[in-house]
Design a binder for this molecule. Structure first.
Ligand SMILES: Nc1ncnc2c1ncn2[C@@H]1O[C@H](COP(=O)(O)OP(=O)(O)OP(=O)(O)O)[C@@H](O)[C@H]1O
Length: 335
């Protein structure tokens, strides 16, 4: 690794980064920023390799990769390192899918899209350095929630954040096409990150015909092999919001054909515990015709979403203030 640095960070670079840092944290944050800015990789092309990272505990396992906690040696920045064997990708015939994922995910920069920070490869493996989402798959949290479902404030908050991420994708001519709780990660601050762009696609022509995605989430136009556009993601958002609130997808059935039939007939059952607002939003997204589906902007400003997001924010604020009080009490008791 070359150590001649052509670009030195100076303290004059920092004021805009420090604007919202509380007083007592200013010095450590400033030191960390300076350290990161004086890294070889700052502001110029850099060939990353395994030598730059210390690998830690495994975080999880996918079909083609293992994900580990990893720390960049110089800055100590923590990432989730996804390691895939080239041979396994070749056997599974998914090389193009992985390259597409890398290409698309590395240029999407949004607070609710998992950042691909860098990637590199050696003779046998491909390494993706991903932003860390400490709470892991949202699916796990949904399964562990009471009755396998989220309450309305939580469902609304996540629906808003996913809508926001999808809207950004569409503005950048990307359709996700494989939305489901397994492809969404949760951070330690209760924010979701859209991940897994393996099935996503550029939309230069705006109409595509490939069948992909997960069965329960397939929109009618894909079931019938018709051309489709980015409104497939709005359909999937409707299914996702339903699954958050009910615990399972609306068109689940024992056979593929039965699922397809239910999708074609638009056979959705809304359990009695669902509110009028949530049903209105979901039925607005689960429309047969793509053009008829509620737009992502209208999802974000939907009264049910806004009202319940505010409740979630208030709940989290209350929790953190309770934790603060608990800590003060512990300190008072000398614990
Ligand atoms: N950025 C991340 N932060 C924290 N944990 C992660 C991160 N990325 C992946 N994980 C964990 O690693 C597991 C495997 O991730 P991976 O992306 O390989 O699998 P997948 O998307 O479930 O699988 P596949 O795409 O192969 O079906 C995830 O289920 C999750 O628990």
């Amino acid at each position: 690794m070359a150590h001649a640095r052509t670009k030195h960070a100076t303290r004059t670079h920092l004021p805009h980064l420090m604007a919202h840092v509380p007083g007592e944290q200013q010095e450590p944050v400033k030191q960390m920023c300076l350290k990161m800015m004086s890294h070889d990789a700052y502001g110029k092309p850099y060939e990353w390799s395994t030598r730059d990272f210390e690998m830690g505990a495994p975080l999880g396992r996918g079909k083609f990769g293992r994900v580990y906690l990893a720390r960049e040696r110089y800055s100590h920045y923590i990432v989730a390192m996804k390691v895939m064997f080239k041979e396994e990708l070749r056997k599974g015939n998914v090389q193009r899918q992985v390259l597409r994922e890398i290409e698309i995910q590395s240029r999407l920069k949004h607070p609710h899209i998992l950042r691909l920070l860098t990637w590199f490869h050696d003779e046998s493996r491909i390494y993706l350095a991903l932003e860390i989402a400490t709470e892991g798959e949202l699916f796990k949290h949904l399964r562990n929630a009471p009755n396998h479902r989220f309450d309305e404030p939580r469902a609304a908050k996540y629906t808003y954040q996913v809508a926001n991420a999808l809207n950004y994708c569409h503005l950048n001519n990307v359709i996700h096409r494989d939305l489901k709780p397994e492809n969404i990660l949760l951070t330690g601050t209760d924010d979701v990150k859209l991940a897994d762009f393996g099935w996503s696609a550029h939309t230069p022509t705006n109409k595509r015909k490939t069948l992909c995605g997960t069965l329960d989430y397939l929109p009618p136009e894909m079931v019938d092999g018709r051309t489709y556009d980015d409104s497939v993601d709005q359909w999937c958002l409707g299914i996702l919001c339903y699954e958050f609130l009910v615990g399972n997808a609306p068109f689940e059935a024992n056979t593929t054909e039965n699922t397809y039939d239910k999708i074609r007939r638009l056979e959705v059952k809304y359990p009695p515990h669902m509110s009028k607002g949530s049903k209105e939003l979901i039925s607005g997204l689960l429309r047969r015709q793509g053009q008829g589906r509620i737009t992502l902007i209208n999802v974000m400003t939907h009264p049910w979403v806004k009202e319940n997001m505010a409740k979630r924010a208030a709940e989290l604020l209350q929790k953190s203030s309770d934790r603060g009080k608990e800590n003060v009490q512990k300190n008072d008791c000398g614990i």
